[in-house]
Design a protein around this ligand. Structure first.
Ligand code: MN
Length: 226
């Protein structure tokens, strides 16, 4: 029963390569005034966010072409584009949904309050750290309150370049360590030999288990997806 629901949701939410769409703002352009002006919000959403969506679609289509042609000569470039535009799309989508017209956003819910108090000590302490982190972050920067699903608790993270490391919202399933310490003693500079041989070690039972668990950890991009 539960698995059926998960699979149904997963099917509903699967986005084919190159098919991402700019989600509409959940309020009119002037809804956040006077904190954020109508003009700023329109440019930010309609142009900047749209550029991320377009860039992500292009990167996905190009990597799909690479898989077909088996030409991976530009894979480093397209992987970077996937991360930069994918993270931009996901983070902006979330940003729109966690704002509301002034005075309409209510108060922190009980679960939010409890988890924040448990980890940060108090709500003011959380707010102070979050603001300080946001003020000091550089480049394409974000302050992000995250739920760490491995440690079952909150953390404040910053993204200095939101493309580094991730498409935010993704959950790792299968990982390969390619830092030199992982192979140099055995393979020296022949990383490809290590990578090719490594496939014989994969525990596919664990990959399947992790996939099913991750499918329960949804990351909504709009207010009303599900
Ligand atoms: Mn932005």
């Amino acid at each position: 029963m539960f698995e059926g629901v998960v699979l149904k949701l997963q099917h509903f939410m699967t986005i084919p390569p190159g098919q991402h769409k700019l989600p509409p703002l959940p309020y009119p352009y002037d809804a956040l005034e006077p904190i954020i002006s109508s003009t700023l919000l329109q440019i930010h959403h309609d142009r900047h966010h749209k550029a991320y969506v377009d860039g992500l679609n292009k990167a996905e289509l190009e990597t799909a072409k690479s898989r077909q042609s088996k030409d991976f000569s530009l894979i480093k470039h397209w992987e970077r584009e996937l991360a930069f535009h994918g993270s931009g799309h996901i983070l902006h989508s979330i940003y729109w949904t966690i704002m509301a017209p002034r005075g309409m956003g209510g108060q922190p819910g009980r679960r939010t309050q409890n988890l924040i108090a448990n980890y940060f000590g108090s709500f003011p302490a959380f707010k102070e750290q979050f603001s300080a982190a946001a003020v000091d972050v550089e480049a394409s920067g974000w302050a992000i309150l995250v739920w760490n699903s491995s440690w079952r608790r909150l953390e404040i993270l910053t993204a200095e370049k939101h493309q580094d490391l991730t498409q935010w919202g993704s959950i790792p399933i299968l990982v390969l360590d390619v830092w030199e310490h992982a192979y140099y003693l055995d393979y020296q500079n022949r990383r490809k030999d290590y990578v090719d041989a490594w496939w014989q070690l994969v525990n596919w039972y664990e990959v399947e288990r992790r996939l099913l668990l991750a499918m329960g950890g949804l990351t909504p991009l709009t207010l009303n997806n599900f």
